[in-house]
Design a protein around this ligand. Sequence first.
Ligand SMILES: Nc1ncnc2c1ncn2[C@@H]1O[C@H](COP(=O)(O)OP(=O)(O)OP(=O)(O)O)[C@@H](O)[C@H]1O
Length: 244
Amino acid sequence: MTAPLLEISGVTKRFGGLTALSDVSFSIRQGEIVGLIGPNGAGKTTLFSNLVGLHRPTAGSIRLDGTEMVGLKPHRIAAAGMVKTFQNIALFLDSSVLDNVLTGGLMRHSVEEARALARRCLDQVGIGAIAAKLARDLSFPERARVEVARALCTEPRILLLDEAMAALNHVEMDEFLALLRRLSADGLTLVVVEHHMRAIMSLCQRIVVLNFGQLIATGTPAEVSRDPEVVKAYLGRSAGEEVK
Ligand SMILES: Nc1ncnc2c1ncn2[C@@H]1O[C@H](COP(=O)(O)OP(=O)(O)OP(=O)(O)O)[C@@H](O)[C@H]1O
């Protein structure tokens, strides 16, 4: 058994009197696709923010390939190989797709190298043809892909996707899922927060369920979808489909 790529141990996050995450522990192996689900307010976004250094956990440890990430600034964590895409896609609207994506590469590369890398990342996500388009003119599916390309331009080992499929219809979502499967096949480790249950269940090998900041279940999609506590907290309300 190889050591986990990401090891989350006893992570607690309090905002004043509110405990958004309570002693959360789980680990992720290299190459896995893990889904993170739970009702609104369960702590999913807070966990992502703690993982990438936007928030510092009140307690606990986050080890990436054995190295402690707690206390590091987001750019150091990104340089170590862990980045997230954003729930509300924050692109530079008056810049081209290529310029938006190359910002991800400037951490390690010169502008020229970052531009070449950005072109490869755009090709990787299937939108090389729209490199010159302004971000403000993009469709939702294009935006979702640009956001992934920008994250890929940081050359991550593990990519956290925060509701990247929220604005997509079913056909667009299936195309996006195919992209994520390709990235996974290329060796990228993925953690996906998503309310679309069909997407999560078909994509992920393993699912972690949060409720009121606590980890209440982890297992394969089949295991968690028949876990009585998960059904009560989350799935029961959705009849197995989209929840919001
Ligand atoms: N910066 C903050 N200050 C205070 N409370 C916060 C902050 N960020 C999150 N919270 C609270 O922490 C809890 C967890 O919120 P979080 O956004 O992580 O949940 P979530 O599972 O991502 O929900 P959703 O599915 O709605 O995005 C909520 O009660 C939320 O109000």
